[in-house]
Structure formats: structure tokens, C-alpha cells
Design a protein around this ligand. Structure first.
Ligand SMILES: [Fe+2]
Ligand SMILES: [Fe+2]
Length: 258
């Protein structure tokens, strides 16, 4: 089974990248499933039901989220109705939505887990313990388990990769918007990358207009950030997973600028 996971889709340029490229990429890479981190899909902050529907129409099968999940309030009543959106599992009990989704992809069940790091991010429940709880919940239902670890610190991300090696098919980092070049298959068969990167405006600072970010750094005054426009970059990884064992056979980065 071949699965694509797309790094944080940022604003209109990110959505345009998905719209223009996804069908071609799906065919060229012979993909069975497409997952995308969409926490910045709406104007850089959060997601709306309409934008979620657009992304599903472009070919995304499942969306994961992150610290920006609640930035657009319309998502709150929607997330409980839309099982194809997964938010970080380690929010407090009672939070709307779910951190685990199990999907039927051409007759095969695939589990998607979203977790948030807590180093330089909100102090949520422990992502390591939460991962254990979710794996117990999945039980024997499927061995194909894909984890989006939305986190800032490289140490926390690498640590979770090792912690889950052999227990899941993929641990892929998101949130930093910068693609790392450390993709590999860990010894027990888990595909790993510290960060998939960003699908959004190429000429920007993490998706934000460069002059606004510079103004912020230079003046240390409050600045309202806006998503940059112009050319876009598409960042993703493709993993090949053995359907019977859940072990990954390969992980490759996808990165282009249009
Ligand atoms: Fe992000
Ligand atoms: Fe984030």
C-alpha cells in the first residue's frame, strides 16, 4: 500500500498546490491513500468546513490538525460530524473531535493518529502515553497505523519515532513547516521523518509574508501576519507499507516549487 502524507497546507497557495498537483501525483506515485495536515489551510490559521470540503474534493482522504485546529470556530460543531478530520489526541478529555480515525481504503483498514508535542507548545497530556492508549484501542483491527506528530522540538519527534518503532507504520512530524532530510526506516520497520515541511507559499517565512515577519523581528512590535502569495511549494512524503505486517518498506520525500 502506498500512502502520501502532505505537510502543513498553508492558505490559498497551499490549497492551490493540492488542487493543481494531487491528481497527477496520485497517478504518478500510484497512491492508495492521501493524508494532509490542514491546520493552516484557512488563511494560515485553522480550517473551515467549506475549505475542508474543497480539500476532500481535490483528493485528500484524511486530514490531520495541530495547534491551530480551533482558530476558525466553525470547525468546532463540524469536527464531530466529519470523521475524516483527526485532531491531536492528547487534548483534554471532552474536547470535540477525535485523535484517532480508522478508514477503509479499498477493503483494507488504516488507522491515522494525530498527536501534539508539548515542548514549546501547549502542555497537553503526554503524547507517548496517549500513543500507547490509542494502540491498545486499535488492538488487532489493523497493523497499518500512521502517526502525524505535530511538534516543535526535534528531540521530542525523534524520541517518539524510536518509542513507536515496530508498533506503527509511520511517524511523520509536522508543524515546523521546514522539511527535514532525515527520512529513514527504523530497525523495527517504522518509517520516520522529523518534519514533512509545508505545502504553501514558497517565497515566505513559514508561509507568512516575508516583510511582515522581518518587521516583527526588527521592531519587536505587534504585527498582523498574512499568508504570502506567488509561487507555491509542495512538500510530502510517500511511504510504502506491507499490508500484512504494517512494516514500511520505503519512505521518500516529495518536494517541488511551482
Ligand atoms: Fe503549521
Ligand atoms: Fe502547528
Amino acid at each position: 500500500m502506498r500512502i502520501l502524507m502532505i505537510g502543513d497546507i498553508v492558505g490559498r497557495p497551499g490549497r492551490r498546490a493540492v488542487k493543481e498537483q494531487l491528481q497527477t501525483i496520485r497517478q504518478e506515485l500510484n497512491l492508495d491513500m492521501i493524508i494532509a495536515n490542514a491546520e493552516n489551510a484557512a488563511g494560515g490559521n485553522g480550517i473551515t468546513p467549506d475549505i475542508a470540503k474543497d480539500l476532500f474534493n481535490y483528493g485528500v482522504d484524511v486530514m490531520t490538525m495541530g495547534n491551530h485546529v480551533w482558530d476558525k470556530k466553525d470547525i468546532i460543531p463540524y469536527i464531530d460530524k466529519e470523521s475524516r478530520i483527526v485532531r491531536p489526541a492528547n487534548y483534554p478529555p471532552g474536547t470535540p473531535g477525535s485523535g484517532l480515525g480508522i478508514y477503509n481504503i479499498n477493503g483494507i483498514e488504516v488507522a491515522v493518529i494525530n498527536l501534539s508535542g508539548r515542548v514549546y507548545l501547549s502542555t497537553l497530556d503526554c503524547p507517548f502515553t496517549m500513543a500507547d492508549n490509542l494502540l491498545e484501542k486499535i488492538g488487532d483491527r489493523t497493523k497499518i497505523i500512521l502517526v502525524d506528530f505535530h511538534a516543535e522540538a526535534t528531540s521530542e519527534k525523534v524520541a517518539l519515532g524510536w518509542y513507536l518503532d515496530g508498533k506503527v507504520s509511520l511517524v511523520a512530524g509536522t508543524h515546523t513547516h521546514i522539511q527535514t532530510a532525515d527520512e529513514r526506516i527504523l530497525p523495527e520497520g517504522t518509517a520516520y521523518i522529523t518534519d514533512i515541511g509545508m505545502t504553501g507559499p514558497a517565497d515566505s517565512v513559514l508561509g507568512v509574508k516575508t516583510d511582515l515577519v522581518l518587521q516583527k523581528f526588527l521592531t519587536q512590535m505587534p504585527v498582523r501576519f498574512e499568508v504570502a502569495d506567488g509561487a507555491y511549494q509542495f512538500n510530502a512524503v510517500v511511504v510504502e507499507v506491507n499490508e500484512n505486517t504494517g512494516r514500511s518498506l520505503s519512505i521518500e520525500r516529495v518536494s517541488n516549487i511551482e
